[in-house]
Each structure stands twice: as C-alpha cells, then as structure tokens.
Design a protein around this ligand. Structure first.
Ligand SMILES: [Cu+2]
Length: 123
C-alpha cells in the first residue's frame, strides 16, 4: 500500500533522476573516447547517408594498449597508418589489431577510401 509519504518520496526521487541524467549521459560520451588497455576498440561503420567512418575517430589509450579495429561495415577496408604500418584488406566481420608501445599521435586512414581518417593518441 502506498501512503502519502511514500508517494512524496517517489516523486522527489524521480526528480533527482531527471536532474542526474544529463550528467551521466555526458560522462558516458567522454568515456567512450578514452579506452583502458583491455577494451580499446575502433569500429568501422557507416551512417544513414552511407558515409563510412571510424568510431571513435579519435581514441586515447595508455601506452602498451592493443587496439582492435573491427570492420562492422558492408564494404572492405584497409587500415594504413602515417608511419607506413598497414593492415590486410578487412572484409565485413574481420578485424585488425595493433599494439601501441610508445606514446605519441598515430594518424591513420583507409587505404581504399581516402576520406576515412582516424587518430590514436597514446599517452
Ligand atoms: Cu575504407
């Protein structure tokens, strides 16, 4: 049975949740771009207008992290770093991993689709 006190408590709790929601949404969005060593992952995907892109386009990881690049897009992609490191051609469902030992900024793109660009920042 709900008494008046309980209804009031439930009402103010709902208000607190509403106030907290925008904060936790922001925190989740930021956390997405800073991966820990275990879960560093870049997804290759496309939006509704078929623009293919890396998600996230900039990923920050600690030194020593192995990053997995997973092709979830229907097209083939091939990851090529500015330092010359290049992946195999990745079909849908395939992935490529690279371990980043030294701190620095690693620019990369797709060797097939020149508009696709990404950056791994190693701290
Ligand atoms: Cu591509």
């Amino acid at each position: 049975m709900w008494c008046r006190k309980m209804r009031l408590a439930a009402g103010s709790m709902a208000m607190m949740v509403t106030m907290l929601l925008p904060l936790s949404a922001n925190a989740a969005a930021e956390a997405e771009h800073v991966a820990d060593a275990a879960g560093a992952r870049v997804i290759i995907t496309a939006d509704e207008s078929l623009r293919m892109y890396f998600s996230p386009e900039t990923l920050t990881v600690p030194a020593g992290t192995t990053v997995t690049f997973a092709n979830e897009d229907g097209s083939n992609h091939k990851i090529k770093f500015a330092d010359g490191t290049i992946s195999e051609r990745l079909r849908h469902g395939a992935s490529y991993t690279r371990t980043f030992s030294a701190p620095g900024t690693y620019a990369y793109g797709c060797a097939i689709h020149s508009k696709m660009k990404g950056t791994i920042v190693v701290e």
